[in-house]
Design a protein around this ligand. Structure first.
Ligand SMILES: NC(=O)c1ccc[n+]([C@@H]2O[C@H](COP(=O)([O-])OP(=O)(O)OC[C@H]3O[C@@H](n4cnc5c(N)ncnc54)[C@H](OP(=O)(O)O)[C@@H]3O)[C@@H](O)[C@H]2O)c1
Length: 283
């Protein structure tokens, strides 16, 4: 049996969609907190089990009989996020899971600016310590996050974001899901690390240029100071720790922590990954 955590999220559900074309539904275990969020798949034949990353017992129950686990990184940040992801690894070890495929960050460095990268590294280290054979997906930023960065630029023509000249090898989340489904439904991926990126890294100025060409409206990029972003987020009553997390992401982009480009995704998909211009044209 193959289990997927975060199964009702964007990446988890898309991966299940691809998996259903490759293996029998009864071999798929979707692990979620709220089964109502799986209503669209309730008649698909997959097993839906309930667990919370914060509850080790529930994870142990959900992973009973599971051979392969796709562990999708958590949403919680800081120590809580590290603890939740460690719980998943602990339960996997206790239940004798034989292979963990974990989705983390591209080329993670111990001194990375981005707080989530630090969390992913902690989980990778817990998986290595567990002795369970692993496959690490080092994901670059999803193309699907671009609307968050560009805000209302398609209306007023300006992207305001503190990314400097940092470039990002944006990658389609749907492509990642398909690649994950290929990996977890086949053999030969144990103890490998795959850096999962788009085929080119783009600065925010280049993103603005592509939008201008593809959307026929003039878009420009303005690099704002971090404090301006922090003030904007504060206006929406975003908690301080979330603001710190957002600023760490901006700093990481500025420092080119997401600019690495790798051809592995094309190998895993056996086709060209989605191009940024095609994504932006249809945004
Ligand atoms: N590379 C990138 O650009 C990027 C961008 C965003 C996120 N990420 C990371 O990639 C992961 C997958 O992305 P996504 O787009 O699929 O995110 P998503 O749609 O927000 O899905 C996150 C999933 O995690 C589940 N979850 C959260 N806390 C949980 C808990 N305590 N116990 C059990 N399940 C829990 C959520 O369940 P509920 O519906 O019950 O909350 C949901 O199914 C994210 O979780 C995040 O770590 C990466």
């Amino acid at each position: 049996m193959i289990a997927i955590t975060g199964a009702n999220g964007n990446l988890g559900k898309a991966t299940i969609g691809f998996l259903l074309k490759k293996i029998k539904p009864e071999q798929i275990v979707a692990i979620v907190r709220d089964p109502k969020k799986m209503d669209d798949l309730k008649d698909s034949g997959i097993q839906i089990r309930i667990a919370d990353y914060d509850d080790l017992d529930s994870l142990n129950e959900a992973l009973n009989g599971v051979e392969k686990l796709l562990q999708i990184s958590a949403i919680s940040i800081g120590e809580q996020g590290v603890k939740e992801e460690a719980n998943v690894v602990k339960a996997a070890r206790q239940q004798g899971v034989q292979h963990i495929v974990y989705t983390g960050a591209v080329k993670p460095k111990a001194d990375a600016h981005f707080m989530a990268t630090q969390q992913c590294l902690a989980t990778e280290s817990a998986i290595l310590d567990s002795g369970i054979p692993h496959t690490f997906f080092g994901n670059s930023l999803y193309m699907e996050t671009i609307p968050i960065f560009i805000g209302e630029a398609l209306d007023h023509g300006t992207i305001y974001y503190p990314a400097g000249n940092g470039a990002v090898s944006f990658v389609s989340r749907v492509d990642i899901a398909e690649a994950l489904s290929n990996v977890i439904s086949s053999q030969g991926h144990e103890n490998k690390r795959y850096e999962i990126t788009g085929s080119k890294a783009y600065t925010f100025k280049e993103v603005a240029l592509i939008l201008t060409t593809e959307r026929k409206i003039t878009v420009s990029y303005v690099n704002i100071p971090n404090v301006v972003l922090a003030e904007e987020l504060d206006k929406f009553q975003i908690p301080d720790d979330q603001i710190g997390w957002q600023l760490s992401l901006a700093d990481s982009i500025k420092a080119n922590e997401f600019s690495y480009v790798d051809g592995t995704l094309e190998d895993l998909l056996k086709r060209k990954p989605v191009e940024l211009k095609d994504y932006l044209r249809n945004l």
